[in-house]
Design a protein around this ligand. Structure first.
Ligand code: GDG
Length: 504
């Protein structure tokens, strides 16, 4: 009999940090996809013999666990129907619009919910199987909100963390969800629940009070323990509530995510990337001002609002294509979901109209790029852009804003940033805007275009200090520190119930 290996630290996310590449000839292989999360967690994974559990990105295929760049990878299979119902359906067409202030109408389908429960159970089973006794498990994002409770039921010995990368909506919106109670219960299975903003944590605490009637004190939520709960003896943080009952405490607070700022700084200092930035400016006709937008093509990002403002400035004659050009990278996203197809059509129609109306043979109003680019090219674009436009209607954090700042090693460039993006809590020296206020957005664009060099540098220096200090390593350390404290704050044997009462 073979005993499966178990791990002391486990990360669970919908997607694994690797891609399976199938070349035209030769054998398929795994490629490390170094996203922000991998970079943040890599050192911790290595130091603590960690494993990463998630979907490998290809439907209907099962893969054995394997090792990639020193990280153990445990693939969870998803069928074509799981992808349609759990991923594209419930995750991307119910939860995503609901959690982003119903910018698009969420669809509530019972079969999608059933698939969500089933797939969450599969992820939880995989995590339970791979976890050593007392291991720390860190679950990520809205696709897996039921996993904490499922995992706690199966393995009360584990320390469980959850981080929500997207906003948590106000109760008036959240309460639309037919399964609102189940999701809250799912999340409360964690010891620590992290959000991007203080406001998200506040919205969550309110939902807990309204739906469960539990007491909350600041970031602490008191979850009553049933006396016949089989795992009661193993629960951590067991105390007596004001009302005399036994409660388990859960910490729910903000841990704003960040980027590997030093990596962006290092890339932006490379001569070949700086040369590429100059080349980009030259290719665009060396305009006085380059404005840049970089987003997944998603309705939360406010791409239409920024195009409208830009188009009106051209129409009003307040800017001219001879001086100002807009580069919009819209990387392809969720193209099988109908709302995203419609969004693409709308954006491309608007870009076509503005270019048709205002471009000249020598100057294009908007360079619209519906591609993904290598990171080097993104950094060159950041360096080439005088003004960065982040006009999200709702965004958990928005890493692009932080990447732009980290890349500006020359202390130059102006960031226009929506107050509806989590990043606006920290990046106060940006030009903060309300993207729904088109006149205000136009004014901010003009102000950015004509901002004196001294003011640009002063603002950028403050922004850079902030991003370089609060980087992604600090984020993961803060979260894991809270989780570790939660692991050591209580011991199962000190459970106030004592053994006899639990055996009743
Ligand atoms: C979710 C939340 C939260 C984009 N196009 C290309 C490319 N990107 C990279 C950017 C950035 C990332 O993708 C996008 O991150 P964002 O934070 O801007 O937005 P979401 O994808 O919606 O992320 C968000 C985040 O999770 C983390 O918690 O901040 O609020 O919605 O890193 O650079 N990268 C490359 N080529 C592209 O064409 N290489």
């Amino acid at each position: 009999m073979t005993t499966e290996r178990t791990y002391d630290f486990i990360v669970v996310s919908n997607r694994l940090p690797v891609d399976r590449v199938v070349p035209a000839t030769g054998e398929a292989f795994w490629q490390h996809s170094p996203g922000g999360l991998v970079t943040a967690l890599e050192p911790v994974m290595r130091a603590s013999a960690g494993a990463w559990i998630g979907w490998a990105g290809q439907p209907d295929l099962e893969f054995e666990p394997f090792e990639s760049d020193g990280i153990k990878i445990v693939p969870v299979p998803l069928s074509t129907s799981d992808i349609e119902n759990y991923y594209e359906g419930f995750s991307n067409d119910t939860l995503w619009p609901l959690y982003h202030d119903v910018i698009a109408p969420p669809k509530y389908r019972r079969e999608w919910w059933d698939a969500y429960v089933e797939v969450n159970q599969r992820f939880s089973d995989a995590a339970a199987k791979a976890s050593a006794h007392g291991a720390a498990v860190w679950v990520h994002d809205y696709q897996l909100q039921l996993v904490p409770q499922m995992l706690r039921e199966a393995r009360p010995d584990l320390v469980i963390g959850f981080f929500n990368h997207i906003p948590f909506p106000p109760y008036g919106i959240y309460s639309q969800l037919p399964w609102r109670r189940q999701i809250i219960e799912g999340l409360l299975g964690a010891d620590v629940i992290g959000f991007q903003r203080l406001a998200d944590a506040g919205n969550f605490a309110r939902a807990v009070r309204r739906l469960k009637g539990y007491d909350t004190r600041g970031p602490i939520i008191e979850v009553p323990i049933e006396v016949d709960d089989p795992g009661a003896g193993s629960h951590r943080h067991v105390t007596r509530s004001r009302h005399g009952g036994l409660v388990r405490t859960v910490l729910a607070m903000q841990f704003p995510i960040s980027i590997d700022a030093r990596m962006y700084e290092e890339m932006a200092s490379r001569p070949e990337i700086q040369e590429r930035a100059r080349q980009i400016r030259k290719d665009l006709g060396n305009p006085k001002t380059i404005m840049l937008g970089v987003d997944r093509l998603d309705y939360t990002k406010g791409i239409g609002h920024r195009l409208e403002a830009f188009g009106e400035l051209l129409a009003d004659g307040r800017i001219s294509v001879d001086d100002v050009t807009l580069v919009q990278v819209a990387s392809p996203s969720r193209e099988r979901v109908e709302t995203y197809r419609q969004l693409r059509d709308e954006i491309e129609l608007t870009v076509g109209r503005i270019n048709g109306d205002y471009s000249s043979i020598s100057h294009t109003a908007i360079s619209y790029l519906h591609h993904g680019y290598p990171r080097e090219e993104m950094v060159a674009l950041y360096l080439a852009a005088d003004v960065m436009l982040v006009t999200a209607l709702r965004d958990g954090m928005n890493l692009v804003a932080k990447e732009y700042v980290a890349s500006r090693v020359d202390d130059d460039g102006v960031l226009i940033l929506s107050e509806f993006a989590g990043a606006s809590d920290e990046l106060r020296q940006a030009l903060l805007i309300n993207p729904h206020d088109i006149e205000g957005l136009k004014d901010a664009m003009l102000r950015a275009i004509s901002m004196p060099k001294r003011e640009r540098s002063r603002r950028m220096r403050v922004l850079r200090k902030r991003v370089l200090t609060n980087d992604v390593a600090r984020w993961s350390a803060a979260f894991l520190d809270a989780l570790t404290r939660s692991a050591h704050a209580d011991h199962p044997l000190q459970h106030p119930l004592g053994h006899e009462s639990r055996e009743r």
